[in-house]
Ligand binder design. Structure first.
Ligand code: NAG
Ligand code: NAG
Length: 598
């Protein structure tokens, strides 16, 4: 076989022994081969960013010029749906192109996300991520930022759920998420009375002491003392655990090594940005895949000094400004390295803004979901309608808007196929390749149905019939809001999907999102003649979908969610309280080898 360069040599030598038409055909395929050279991927995910927080999605008071520019130079998806309304399942779906229920990364009860580094659940190793696939295709891969898909299974350091198991050659970031405890002053208010029944105990003790005093019963002093000391020990243990939380959970890792514990969020976005720039410089010969997963704008809210006070929307707005700055740095680096034309950039949020978010000191940190109802932890549009921007100059049209339904699961098949291989055929893939739609070769999305889960419960269905512009959405249950005039669950801080917290609907609540994008008025057989026939089609689709979901081990069973001391990452000895600062200083305990690559 001829290589392209040898063929070009032949052309230069003006040889005549090859029929010129054949030469031309071969040459043309050479050119198109070079044109479609495997692109680099920069996939950017912001945490808890609302669709209404960005200038290019209509915000007029926050400044996001870099992200807006990305949208101007590429395609903006206006009906882009996260596969789940919580971090852990949404990210599992994004990486695998599959509904979280298929990988077992869907909660049973609450919480629906991992809360501890030392939990044993995570993205199972049998799952195939786009990073795994492109790595096999010769890509250099990195995850910088938040993971939130587990760490260990059986022992501290087995790293069975670590990003490196899922195709990321390089990792700099946090294995769980940014928690309130990770920021001084934002932490859990000391509410130890929540954990032990102090009030009951006081009543029992006082009653017993009075009865004893009145001579009605006789209690031995030893028993009382024993009880009191047991209580003191338990109080001490729980208080100690709560105070240890930042050291235990707020862990920053480089590859397999804990480098900072607890991490300092001040300047963390800058450090992550530098890591990203370094990674792109090291791999400018390509191809590479960078998953840049912001720790902002999730609570504990933070913004570095340069951004504090720059917005009209408090620390939240400042954090959005910092995110935009960081995106700008990544764009500039691509320009400087002359990679803009050969890099597909994608930007999204893992779900809608968390509208209940108020810090322990009462500061409101809520993002904005625009015209969409409610937010994170619900399947109302505000919880799952997310920004979706794709840029690849020369390959994706400039300034196009796509209003057809798309999903964050679509990135899996899109990335995999652009890397040069078909999607795996041994498993159900729920995402669809986006290229035809965003390049304008087709008008219609191939997503006819999308299924919206709240944990393991099927919560709602979306149907975009092939022959109509309608987008129907039916809810089988909806969260009970509190206070009732709000579209949020302020009593529980997030909405839950278990029976006590929802209202079931039979017939389901039906909306047509093209007419009522804010989901204000459910349709009835009187207001919508097709009411029953629409629901019948959706019921059938649900049945077919349910049959396609194979039972798997739950990664979010109580056992897989609880804190297990033997899985706790700790960068020093326990007597040093698992503390170490600034990239490795004072690292004593962890001897795990640091696999630096790339
Ligand atoms: C963050 O960066 C600024 C400016 O470079 C520096 O003055 C400050 O000390 C840094 N903060 C931390 C906690 O490292
Ligand atoms: C812009 O975003 C902020 C912060 O989320 C929000 O409070 C504000 O209402 C938004 N403004 C507009 C015009 O959408």
């Amino acid at each position: 076989m001829f290589s392209c360069s040898s063929l070009l040599n032949i052309v230069n030598m003006k040889t005549t022994w090859l029929p010129s038409s054949l030469l031309l055909i071969t040459l043309m395929s050479c050119v198109s081969l070079q044109e479609s050279r495997k692109p680099n991927f920069v996939l950017i995910m912001v945490d808890d960013l609302g669709i209404g927080d960005l200038g290019c999605y209509g915000n007029t008071t926050l400044r996001t010029p870099n992200i807006d520019q990305l949208a101007e130079e590429g395609v903006k998806l206006t009906h882009h749906i996260a596969a789940a309304s919580l971090c852990t399942p949404s990210r599992a779906a994004f990486l695998t192109g599959r509904y979280p229920i298929r990988s077992g990364v869907a909660g049973y009860q609450r919480p629906g996300v991992f809360l501890f580094n030392a939990a044993s659940g995570g993205l199972p190793s049998q799952e195939v991520t786009f990073a795994t696939v492109v790595k096999q295709q010769g890509y250099e891969t990195a995850l910088i930022g938040k993971w939130h898909l587990g760490l260990n299974c059986k022992s501290r350091g087995d790293h069975c759920h670590h990003p490196s198991i899922h195709g990321f050659n390089y990792f700099f970031g946090i294995p769980v998420t940014n928690l309130r405890d990770c920021q001084p002053g934002h932490g859990t208010v000391f509410q130890i009375h929540k954990y032990l029944p102090y009030r009951t105990l006081v009543i029992v003790l006082v009653t017993a002491a009075s009865l004893h005093y009145l001579g009605l019963i006789v209690i031995r002093r030893g028993l009382i003392l024993g009880l009191l000391s047991l209580l003191a020990v338990l109080t001490g243990l729980i208080a100690g655990f709560i105070m240890m939380m930042p050291y235990l959970n707020c862990v920053l890792m480089r590859n397999h090594r804990v480098v900072e514990q607890p991490f300092t969020s001040e300047n963390l976005t800058q450090r992550m940005t530098h890591e990203a720039v370094d990674f792109m410089e090291r791999n400018s010969a390509g191809p590479f895949l960078l998953f840049f997963s912001f720790i902002q704008v999730h609570t504990a809210m933070f913004a570095s000094a340069a951004f504090r006070g720059t917005s009209r929307h408090g620390l939240y707005g400042d954090a959005v400004h910092e995110v935009d700055w960081s995106v700008g740095q990544i764009m500039q680096t691509l320009d400087r390295l002359k990679l803009t034309e050969t890099t597909l950039v994608y930007l999204t949020s893992d779900q809608g803004a968390h509208v209940e978010e108020i810090s322990a000191t009462g500061e409101v940190n809520r993002g904005w979901n625009g015209i969409y109802k409610a937010g994170k932890s619900t399947n109302w549009e505000g919880g799952i309608r997310v920004p979706g921007i794709l840029r690849w100059p020369g390959n994706i049209p400039r300034g196009r808007e796509v209003h057809e339904p798309t999903s964050n699961m679509d990135l899996f098949p899109t990335v995999v196929q652009l890397s040069g291989v078909p999607v795996p055929e041994d498993r159900a893939i729920d995402g669809h390749d986006l290229m035809d739609l965003i390049q304008g070769r087709v008008e219609r999305s191939t997503h006819e149905f999308l299924f919206h889960y709240c944990n393991i419960h099927l919560n709602a269905v979306r149907w975009h019939p092939q022959n109509s512009s309608s987008v129907w959405k039916a809810f089988y249950f909806t969260p009970n809001f509190y206070p009732e005039n709000e579209t949020a669950c302020f009593h529980t801080h997030t909405c839950f999907c278990s029976a006590d917290y929802v209202t079931y609907h039979d017939p389901p609540l039906l909306f047509d999102l093209t007419r009522d994008p804010s989901e204000t008025t459910p349709l009835t057989p009187d207001t919508e003649p097709a009411f029953h026939s629409v629901l019948a089609v959706m019921d059938e689709a649900v049945e077919t979908h349910r049959r396609s979901v194979k039972p798997v081990e739950s990664q979010m069973s109580t056992w897989n969610l609880v804190w297990k001391p033997w899985l706790q990452p700790c960068c020093s000895t326990l007597t040093q309280l698992c503390q170490c600062q600034q990239d490795g200083e004072g690292v004593v305990g962890d001897k795990t080898e640091d696999h630096v690559s790339g």
